[in-house]
Design a protein around this ligand. Structure first.
Ligand SMILES: *[C@@H]1O[C@H](CO)[C@@H](O)[C@H](O)[C@H]1NC(C)=O
Length: 316
């Protein structure tokens, strides 16, 4: 090879290399822009989410990708009968729709991949249950993180509600993901209807039940019940939910040892004891002074009908 030929060959190589570099650096943003255009079209069409199949899944998740992607693998076909899929579907759509009203919606897209359109992806992700939810962080751009592995949403610990899903996304994105539930007009009307009905009923019936409301005894009885519930430890049970009774070695413990504990039955025993005391006091102050028969009255006071012992409790 002569020197001339070698130089020529070298120059041709150089030209090809430059063309190639220019082509690839120009193609990358073009590819990304085309994908974003396609994604935004879908988002507009479906009011917030992107409907995927196996090919679109691969396309939208491939590099270049400066947006995050959250994908719901679901199975809404009636033949599969996936109840949790149907439960979560509207919640997912609600979050996707609410997200579109934030400042920078194109940093995260919401995809739904139904089993009937994406068996290959189910196999690739080794998923045989639905629904499953995957968060794919952005791979480049200002929102890219060091991690590129997808994160799987744990339905059993986080739950199926839009608010729970949104707070999961918030922790990934570092911005608040809102949930804007549309008002339920039917329930609103129903409650207004029933409230009006209830107010009318109260107005009609008030003269009849007025006596009950204005009676001292009603309020005394209500107060007594509340006091007994509180001092017997009902509130404590409500907060700590202790066992009703426990058993050890075949015999049952009704009363818990120590001062820091109690059982459900124990508080009922205490309530009965206090209730008996309260009943006795009320009887002594209200019923006994009204007794006609002096003998019975004396018996009620000190249990000794014949004796002429002075009553221990004087009732005025
Ligand atoms: C991603 O890249 C495209 C094209 O360069 C750009 O228009 C868009 O704003 C970028 N998105 C984010 C979230 O940075």
């Amino acid at each position: 090879m002569t020197v001339k030929k070698f130089v020529l060959f070298f120059l041709v190589c150089l030209i090809f290399a430059t063309i190639r570099i220019q082509y690839s650096s120009a193609a990358k943003p073009l590819l990304l822009e085309r994908k974003l255009h396609k994604l935004n079209e879908q988002v507009r069409k479906h009011d917030g989410f992107v409907e995927l199949d196996s090919d679109l899944f691969d396309e939208f998740l491939a590099k270049p990708r400066n947006y995050s992607f959250v994908v719901l693998l679901t199975a809404l076909d009636s033949s599969i009968n996936c109840h949790p899929c149907r439960e979560f579907d509207p919640e997912f759509r609600l979050v996707a729709k609410s997200w579109q009203k934030t400042d920078n919606p194109s940093r995260l897209f919401f995809g739904i991949l139904d089993y009937k359109n994406g068996r290959e992806i189910y196999n690739k992700l080794k998923q045989n249950t639905a629904p499953s939810l995957w968060y794919y962080p952005a791979l480049e751009g200002p929102f890219a993180k060091d991690v590129s592995e997808p994160d799987k949403y744990d339905f059993s610990s986080k739950g199926f509600r839009a608010e729970e899903f949104a707070s999961y996304l918030s922790s990934h994105l570092g911005v608040q993901v809102p949930v804007k539930r549309p008002p339920n007009y039917f329930m609103l009307m129903l409650s207004v209807f029933f409230l009006t009905g209830a107010l009318a009923a109260i107005k009609l019936l008030f003269p009849l039940v007025r006596g009950i409301f204005e009676s001292k005894n009603t309020w005394a009885a209500i107060s007594l019940v509340i006091i007994l519930m509180m001092i017997s430890g009902h509130m404590w049970n409500h907060i700590r939910t202790p066992p009703y009774v426990t058993s050890n070695g075949g015999h049952i413990n009704y009363i818990a040892g120590g001062f820091q504990n109690q059982y459900g039955l124990e508080s009922q025993i205490v309530a009965i004891m206090y209730g008996t005391c309260a009943f006795s006091i009320v009887s002594l102050t209200v019923a006994v002074p009204k007794m006609e028969d002096r003998m019975k009255q004396r018996f009620a006071l000190d249990g000794n009908p014949s004796g002429n012992v002075q009553p221990h409790i004087r009732v005025v």
